[in-house]
Design a protein around this ligand. Sequence first.
Ligand code: ZN
Length: 464
Amino acid sequence: MKRTLRVGLFVGVVVCVLVSSLTLKSGKAAGVGKAGAQASASPPPQASTPQAAATPQRDEKLWKKALALHKKTVVIDGHNDIPTVMVDEDYDMGVSSVGKYHTDVARLKQSGMTGEFFSIYVDRQYATQEWVAKNYVREGGSSRRALDLIDASYRMVEKYPKDLTLATSAADIVRAKKQGKVGVLMGIEGGHAIENSLSALREFYRLGVRYMTLTHNNTNDWADACCDDAKHNGLSEFGKEVVREMNRLGMFVDISHVSDKTMSDVLDVSKAPVIASHSSARVFSNHKRNIPDELLKRIAQNGGVVMVNFYPAFLDEKVRAAGIERDAKLKTQREALRGQFKDDQKRLDEELKRLDDANPIPNTTLSMLVDHIDHIAKVAGVDHVGLGSDFDGVPNLPEGIKDVADLPNITYELLRRGYSERDVMKILGGNFMRAFAEVERVAHTDRRQISGEGSARRLEATKK
Ligand SMILES: [Zn+2]
C-alpha cells in the first residue's frame, strides 16, 4: 500500500503501515489496506509501562560515550522506504530533505549507519487482475515495479560513490565500515514481486536483493499475510519451496508482514536464520504486524533477529487504540471527502490531512521503542534483537527520533539503561551480521550454481 501523506513540510510515503486516515495516491490501489488498521480481537496487551516515560536530562559524559560507541559500531537498519519516493517523486537523495523525508545522504552519513536496507516495496495493486488488465503494457507488473526500485537504488549508489556503496554480503558491510561509507542493501517487500516464479527470485538475488518479506499486508498466491484473509493456512507447498530456495541462494527470509501461522511454518522449514526486518513486540501493542512472545522464542531458536519497527502505533497500545477510535469517528467524514474529491487527489489529500489535524492522536516516546528492545532481549535473548526503523515508510516517529540522523539517541538510551557496550553493539548491528554470515554459510553449503541447481517450478495457473 502506498499512500501519500502531507503533514506540514513532511510528504511521506506510507508503505508499511496501515492508517486508514491516510489517503491513497492518485489512481492507485483503491480499497486496499483496511485490514491492518483494524483492532485485533485478541485480549489487551499485558504490559505497556515504559521504564523511563519522561526524557531525562541528558548526561553529557554518557552521551559522549554513546557517540563514540555508535561511531565504532556496525549499525544496521532493516528497513527504509526511501526508494519508493526516488521512483515516484524522482527524489535525489543527495538533495537535503529535512522535514520532508526521514532520509537523505547527509543524514544517513550523520546517523552512523553502516548498512541500510533499501526497501524494494511492491504494492499489492501490481498483483491484481485489474492492474494488469489496465496498466501492464505501460507500467508492467510486480516484478517490473521491483526492478524500477532496484534501478533507482543503484542510481543513488552510483551517483554518490564517496558516501554510498552497494552491499550484498556481510563482507561488503565490513568493507563499507572501513571505507567510512554507508552500505546500501536491498530487500524486497511483498513476495508477489517474484510473480510466482523461482527463476524471478533468483534474478533478484543476482541483482543483489538479500531479503524478501514473504508478503506485504496482502495474502498472495502462496503465503498468508498478517492483515488479510488466510487462504493457505500459513505457507502453501509452493511457499515452502520459496523458503527453501531462499535458503539455498543465501537470501534472508523476512517474516515481517506475514501471519502468525506463516511465521510458524517458515520457522519449521527454514534452515537458515530468518529476520523480521521491521516488526515489534505484540505485548506492547496488540497489532497483527507485531510478534507474539511464543514466536519471539522460536525466532531465537532459529538464530534469527527481530528488528524493531519505530512506528508509534506498533510501539504503544495507547497510540494504536487512539488511531482506531479516530478511524471510527471520522469514517463518514472521510468517505464524504473521498466522494467529493475523487477526481482531485491533491485536494483530497489536503482535506483529509486537515481533518486529521483537527483530530490529533497522541504520540509515543523513544523510551517506549527501547522497551521493545528490552522485551525482545528478555524473551528471545539479547542476540536476537536489532533495529528496523521503517523510515520513510511511516507517517510519524516517536518523540526523540525525528529522522535517521537521530539513531545515536537509541545507543544513548541503551547505555543509560545499563546495557554493556558489547550488547549495544549486538543490538545495533552485530546480531544481524552474525545471522547474515550464517545465511551465507547455509547457502555456500547448499549451492554451487545459482540457476543450474534451482527448481524451475512455477505456480500453476489457477482457473479463474
Ligand atoms: Zn512494511
